[in-house]
Design a protein around this ligand. Structure first.
Ligand code: NCD
Length: 362
């Protein structure tokens, strides 16, 4: 069964195809109106959401299908202590495809192994968010017409911002993309993304802390919200939350063609006056998210019908003596979930948890 847990599971050809289908949906919505008649999408959201959940539901409704689900953990049996595996197995009896958001890193992967229907990761903790990346890529494509030869600034919470991690993973596969990582030292890109994606792909990047200084060379500026819900210390959040605020005045440092992206919700990091600037693309991103999710639902249901299988990962278990020490990983709480690791750097002997991608320890 083919799911979408991590953006790396889609080949460049498949990404191109999703973009082509999304553009065709935009041009000819009528042709797609009945494509999912009789099919059901379940949205299982254990964390708050406006855009992601509603765009998945709008996507399925526009394809002629129907939707069911829940929008908070407390209204599901998770509140009674049910495991992710059992919830997924249950919902797989009612729905043809599942979109799941969960605060635990790796939870959608667990679900995909038990649901018996395709599972789409709609955001797992501070780990990844592949369908936001699809929305980002369509927006970039429609404005820039390419993914190669871009200088991309990421600003704000690069540590916990799962949309940042997934978009960097996608961009790392194109040619001559340079990243400018703008954050306070406390919110820099985590080691697993830095080493696993940037170093492995020899991607050009620099870490800076001034947005104004970085701005002139950027083709794209990806602003992010400081992720309050991931902080252990509320005082630390208070100290960092307003570190970067993009104002209309600061935009004088930017080129005329620079696109401003933001996965939303915005809190304070882009002032409302910027919305009028023609470079502001974040509300277009919202709409593009719906079209890309339509294209993705069509693809995964088609793959399921044709019996297309996911590629098997070679993994080792607890007998290896390896452990995942990430307290936010699903392995820290899910009943009887065997830890699993894969080798990501043979030369250095680095193994990572298959659920959360954190480096395993012995
Ligand atoms: C993002 C998320 O949930 O990670 N929102 C979204 O899905 N568009 C970004 C955020 O919450 O800051």
């Amino acid at each position: 069964m083919r799911s979408l847990i991590d953006i790396a599971e889609l080949s460049l050809k498949e990404l191109d195809e999703l973009i082509r289908v999304a553009e065709d949906i935009i041009a000819h919505p009528d042709r797609y109106a009945g494509k999912c008649a009789g099919k059901k999408l379940a949205t299982l959201f254990f964390e708050p959401s406006t855009r992601t959940r509603l765009s998945f539901e709008a996507a399925m409704l526009e394809l002629g299908g129907s939707v069911l689900g829940f929008s908070e953990a407390n209204s599901s049996s998770a509140a009674k202590g049910e495991s992710v595996a059992d919830t997924a197995r249950t919902v797989g009896c009612y729905a043809d495809i599942i979109a799941m958001r969960h605060p635990r890193e790796g939870a959608p992967l667990v679900a995909s192994r038990h649901a018996g229907v395709p599972v789409i990761n709609a955001g797992d903790g501070g780990h990844c968010h592949p369908t936001q990346t699809l929305a980002d890529l369509l927006t970039i494509y429609r404005h820039k017409g390419r993914f190669d030869n871009l200088t991309v600034g990421f600003c704000g919470d690069l540590k916990y911002g799962r949309t940042v991690h997934s978009l960097i993973a996608a961009l790392s596969r194109y040619k001559n993309v340079k990243l400018v990582l703008i954050s306070p030292p406390e919110l820099r890109l985590p080691g697993n993304v830095k080493w696993n994606v940037l170093e492995r792909c020899s991607m050009a990047y620099e870490e800076v802390d001034s947005l104004e200084e970085a701005m002139p060379e950027l083709d794209l500026l990806y602003m992010t919200r400081v992720q309050r819900e991931r902080f252990d210390d509320p005082a630390e959040y208070e100290r960092l939350k307003d570190r970067y605020i993009l104002t209309a005045d600061k935009l004088k440092y930017a080129g005329e063609d620079m696109c401003i992206l933001h996965p939303l919700p915005r809190v304070n990091e882009i002032s409302v006056a910027v919305d009028k600037d023609p470079r502001a693309c974040y509300f277009e991103q919202v709409l593009n998210g719906k079209y890309m999710r339509m294209a993705l639902i069509l693809k995964l249901l088609e793959d399921a019908k044709n019996g297309v299988c996911a590629e098997e990962d070679v993994t080792i278990g607890a007998e290896s003596g390896l452990r995942c020490c990430n307290p936010r990983c699903i392995t820290a709480v899910e009943q009887e979930l065997e830890p699993e690791f894969h080798l990501t750097d043979a030369e250095a002997g680095v193994y990572r948890c298959v659920y959360c991608e954190q480096r395993a320890v012995r």
